[in-house]
Design a protein around this ligand. Structure first.
Ligand SMILES: C[S@@+](CC[C@H](N)C(=O)[O-])C[C@H]1O[C@@H](n2cnc3c(N)ncnc32)[C@H](O)[C@@H]1O
Length: 263
């Protein structure tokens, strides 16, 4: 069994208690939309924490899908890569106090919100007035089994073969090279461990559409690089609410469950 939090090595630097495994330049911070507190952090906070305003957690169908493919073992080391404000991994850490849970992201501002809420028990807020909601506040938790860190999805701080499960949602179409990330994820997942990946494949660049779409291209790559398919659900429709009137983005996601074979 893994003791809580022992998978992360000492970081080169820390900021407000968040280990930084990537040294972002000022230019990288400026260019990164996910560092924009009033836009992306507020929207992610609204999506993931404002259940009351939405009449429930809008991404519950995503959480339910992941839940169907998680181990039922009493102890597990599990990471959410691209965790943003930490809702999916936070709910798992809450439901499984004996699991060793990690939330990794490339945005310091997302992680700050995540850590304030899930680790420090602080009340965080999101100004949702422009979407017709309020300026809502959400009181946080103090989870000892959840650890946040800043790292690039394709260069994780974990030792080889250290995780039982790694999952990433709405991430692989945001990063430059998903194949590099898959190779890195295979390194850190234990033989017999599992990768869960859900993405709308809404790539940012035309070259990426050509390289990774349709999904059979991704699948071919995965199956020829040592992964074993356990489930493919396409589409898994997910709705992201936009405002109080009920406008929403309906994401046509691809959901994959792939295993690293035991030997
Ligand atoms: C569209 S959001 C998705 C957040 C969450 N997983 C969800 O399902 O709603 C993408 C997240 O991935 C993070 N991200 C982007 N590039 C990354 C990278 N190279 N490594 C790790 N995280 C990254 C962003 O900072 C952001 O928090």
């Amino acid at each position: 069994m893994t003791a809580f939090g022992t998978l992360l090595p000492p970081p080169p630097a820390k900021r407000r208690g968040i280990p930084l495994y990537y040294d972002k330049t000022e230019e990288e911070v400026r260019q990164d939309v996910y560092e924009r507190y009033d836009e992306l952090v507020a929207r992610q906070t609204a999506l993931h924490l404002a259940d009351e305003a939405h009449g429930g957690y809008p991404l519950q169908p995503l959480a339910d899908y992941l839940g169907r493919w998680l181990p039922d073992s009493p102890a597990a080391a599990i990471a959410d890569v691209g965790c943003s404000v930490g809702r999916l991994i936070g709910d798992l850490a809450t439901a499984h106090p004996a699991w060793d849970c990690y939330g990794l992201d490339f945005s310091y501002q997302m992680l700050r919100q995540a850590r304030d809420y899930w680790n420090l028990g602080e009340t965080v807020s999101a100004n949702l007035l422009r979407y017709g909601y309020g300026h809502d506040t959400f009181s946080g938790k103090r989870l000892p089994n959840l650890h946040f860190a800043l790292a690039d999805a394709a260069a994780l701080p974990f030792p080889d073969a250290s995780l039982d499960v790694l999952f990433s949602t709405f991430l692989i179409d945001r990063i430059p090279d998903p194949f590099r990330a898959f190779a890195e994820w295979r390194r850190v997942i234990k033989p017999g461990g599992r990768l869960l990946c859900v993405s709308p494949l809404n790539f940012l660049k035309r070259e990426q559409w050509e390289k990774y779409h349709p999904p059979v291209r991704l699948l071919d790559h995965l199956l020829t690089t040592g992964w074993q398919l356990a489930d493919l659900t396409d589409p898994l429709w997910l709705e992201e609410p936009m405002d109080r009137r009920g406008s929403c983005i309906r994401w046509k996601t691809l959901a994959l469950v792939i295993d690293r074979p035991a030997v």
